[in-house]
Design a protein. Structure first.
Length: 418
């Protein structure tokens, strides 16, 4: 399948990095591709393609093989076109994902596939300096425990952080759920790990991971909506993250859903989406239901179930508990309204639902989709696909963080790393 809106390069020698980026992104997108097809898709001359590919092969980043072409692309004469492909373990990236009370670190290959993963949990009142020190030690230990990796081949570190992040300075300006203010993540990890570092909001990072390596590879525009302790969205257009004027695009958790009499939000407003669909809110409502009906299915699962409490709520609903189903249907309805607004404003081709929205997708997605379609303007919602993430909930954040580094230091800005 030939994708539309492919990166277009230029044969001018003054913009070689852009040309190289176009080639690398095509190799990532198609998996295996010939030089002739690379030229067709990027708009570059065959001479430019040959020079760029030769450099990548010499660096060990690209390999070539002979194989038969698909029937529709076979030629009647001549040798089969030599297929090119990325060598996934030619370079690596490090990713750090900061959750609420947890940190996850991973080493990945060029396809953002985790090679090694480690994690730690910490109390929310642990000083930020101690959290950062433990995280740096975790990352250093991960590198040491994988001596087969050439450290010089680690392209850089991507950090996904909660809350408001300035991607230009790498400062975590505000993470309300962690009580962090003006934390210089980029400078700190650059000094500790001696690697290039890029930092962004963790949901934007997950959105980029899906756009480059996951379910969003074949679409031009997508939104990644994540709900857990908070609610946020990352937006990718044309393979690039959309930030808005102040790097605040995607804060749909603070979209007003109930303009009058809604619950008070930690942001200071009332009736925000986050006060209606986040995990703490659902658990609080579920606990009240269980207390009012101690003999009900929800109360039984709440007391005797295993695993996280949110899973117990989902289990009760799947077992037929009407109160649980009604609670989740109501919350899904609010999310559907928010997504209808998102569709009306941005009209993405794809919306990926992560966090508890993915964990409870069988319960939440039907109502979310129905409401979104009903509320979106001019049937726009019918054309938007709603899908779960490509990556499991444990690794989605850290894969997204690694995607930040891979995108910044390789696919968009390859500079001939030795």
């Amino acid at each position: 399948m030939i994708l539309r809106r492919n990166p277009v390069g230029s044969s001018s020698s003054t913009i070689k990095p852009r040309n190289m980026s176009a080639v690398l992104l095509m190799l990532l997108r198609y998996g295996r591709i010939s030089r002739v097809d690379l030229a067709d898709l990027t708009g570059l001359s065959t001479t430019t393609i040959t020079n760029l590919v030769t450099e990548l092969i010499e660096a060990g980043i690209v390999a070539q093989e002979e194989q038969d072409q698909p029937q529709e692309r076979q030629r009647s004469v001549g040798r089969p076109r030599r297929q090119l492909h990325l060598v996934p373990d030619a370079r690596y990236a490090l990713g750090i994902h900061f959750g609420v009370g947890s940190v996850r670190v991973a080493l990945t290959d060029l396809l953002a596939r985790p090679i090694a993963v480690d994690a730690l949990e910490h109390p929310l009142d642990l000083p930020v300096a101690e959290v950062l020190a433990q995280t740096a030690a975790l990352a250093q230990g991960l590198i040491r425990r994988n001596p087969q990796l050439d450290r010089s081949h680690i392209l850089g570190l991507g950090v996904g952080a909660s809350g408001l992040v300035d991607p230009l300075t790498g400062v975590n300006i505000l993470a309300p759920n962690l009580n962090w203010h003006d934390v210089p993540l980029q400078d700190y990890f650059a000094s500790k790990l001696h690697l290039p570092v890029t930092v962004d909001n963790n949901v934007r990072a997950m959105a980029l991971g899906e756009a480059l390596f996951g379910v969003g590879k074949d679409v031009y525009s997508l939104a990644f909506v994540y709900a857990r302790v908070g609610v946020g969205a990352g937006i990718v257009v044309g393979g690039r993250l959309y930030y808005g004027g102040g790097a605040g695009a995607g804060e749909i958790g603070h979209m007003t859903i109930l303009p009058d009499g809604g619950p008070r939000c930690r942001c200071g407003n009332s009736g925000c989406l986050e006060t209606l669909i986040s995990e703490p809110v659902i658990l609080r409502e579920a606990q009240l239901i269980a207390e009012r009906n101690p003999g009900g299915l929800l109360a039984q699962h709440w007391r005797a179930g295993s695993g996280p409490l949110i899973e117990r709520v989902f289990a009760a609903a799947r077992a037929g508990d009407s109160a649980s189903r009604n609670l989740l249907n109501q919350r899904a309805h609010y999310m559907g309204i928010a997504l209808a607004n998102l569709v009306n404003i941005l009209n993405p081709e794809l919306i990926v639902l992560g966090g508890i929205l993915a964990q409870g997708q069988d319960l939440l997605l039907p109502v979310i989709r129905e409401t979104m379609i009903q509320r979106a303007f001019a049937r726009l919602g019918e054309k938007v696909a709603l899908v779960p993430p490509s990556f499991n909930h444990q690794n989605a954040g850290v894969i997204g963080a690694a995607a930040l580094a891979l995108n910044r230091f390789f696919y968009q800005h390859y500079e001939g790393v030795a």
